[in-house]
Design a binder for this molecule. Sequence first.
Ligand code: BES
Ligand code: ZN
Ligand code: ZN
Length: 528
Amino acid sequence: MTRFAHPLIVLCMATFEKNSVSALSKAQNLEALILFGDDTKKILSKITDRSLAEAIRTPLTMDFKGRYRECLLVYTEEKPAIKTTKRIILVGTGKSAKLTNHHWRTLASTAVHYLKNLGITKNIGLLLPSPKGQKTSEIAMASAQGQSLGQIGFDLFKTERKEEEKARFETIRFQFLVSDAKELRGAQDGVARGSLIGEDVNWARRLILLPGGDLYPDVLVQKVQEMVAKSPAKTKIRAEYWTEKELRKHSFGGLLGVGQGSTHRPRFIILEYFQGKRGEPPIVLVGKGITFDSGGLSLKPPASQETMKYDMAGSASVLSAFKIITDLGIKCNVVALVPTAENMPSGTAIRPGDVLRMASGKTVEVLNTDAEGRLILADGLHYATTHYKPKAVIDVATLTGACALAVGEAAAGVFTNNKKLLSALMTTSEKVQENLWPLPDFDDYYVPLLKSEIADLKNIGTREAGASTASIFLRNFISNNTPWAHLDIAGCGWYDAGRDFIASKGPSGIPIRLLAQFIEDFNQQSFS
Ligand code: BES
Ligand code: ZN
Ligand code: ZN
């Protein structure tokens, strides 16, 4: 492959990648047109074209039930009057009064899969519905998100694909259509925003899918450098990539300690974007970037190691949220910090019983090398709360199996030292429909569990309340009483099977939309 593509080719690719939005009356010769119908068999868009309305009359009275996620294929070719499309796909919505963005995301994703299974990937129209009381721009945004989030498969490394499976690996870009030209503007805005967010979430999901052998700290750094270089905001982003030299200079004992067992050396990524009001304190995001967690000398059993390439999902989430904010050009002050390391057993690895001196100066007795996330986050959180004077710090981490046991895939466990921040996060959680669930921090019970006989702290408590003791450990590294929230995504970050608009097993992309929306909505709010 040549390094520099011809400018025209780049331009064509750009236009190909982009979703188009137009009036239904302008659509011609589609391979398929997607229409949504509810459980009363009502089509949720105005169809003024008589022949189109005629084509779906029989399927609506005969086989279509309008059940949520039902798909029915209707051929229109034998009716020469229809120039718009060769096929119509009726997609059921269930009760139309109860539809939220979550449903629209899921329905668009459902259509993507139905079409891929049919082998149709090009020239597809999706008529945006306009049910009562719902905004076209919102439906357009959610549908565009569902289109992107519904595409990604996890069999990226297959070399042999059956002919009938090939379509599954192609990307579907809908031609979004509106019945009424008045809706065009809202639809365009919604589709642009939804595709941007969907693609940025997929950027993170692709990183998470990369095996530990392919994505280690240096590669993560490289991916971030490429992301920044391609960013429309690249001149406004300030980036630093620390190697061990800087880590030593800043006494990042936690990150250096966890990284010392691997041939892939630890790194620290700093991304700053200060486009908000001058002097407005930033929101700082910190993400756990363990590119593979073997457990270290406290080695995990093989089955538990299988998915541990995903132990950098927290870092991918904060990087992707940063990407969304900068791609959208939101006026705000935001920082993303990523301590990244590989947790390996070796002759140079930290041992159970070793004592680390952290960036804050506190000492930690490492009794279990598998509780490594909190060690690298401790340095990140110390840096976040001392170097910046942040209005809030949010860390995201696949931190504890205990959190996954407590809430499963349903939610991220949330801990915080600040009620206003919690309430803002809960509001955002409802808005974007990514669940958060507050978990307890009973100091009287949990703080004593982290006492060490020889150092300031030890890195594990008891087996019980594992998510809570992990959070209390982190709290020791929050300086200046900075408003802080910790999101444990061990359960919700990875789906064991496809669900809703996430079509296959693998990274869910949670809580990226939540973080980006939170920054967009609350970057000027004070929590103290
Ligand atoms: N990365 C794991 C947590 C994890 C487990 C994430 C399962 C996703 C699914 C973390 O580093 C870890 O191993 N935590 C230990 C802590 C324990 C040793 C105190 C755990 O949860 O077992
Ligand atoms: Zn671990
Ligand atoms: Zn881990």
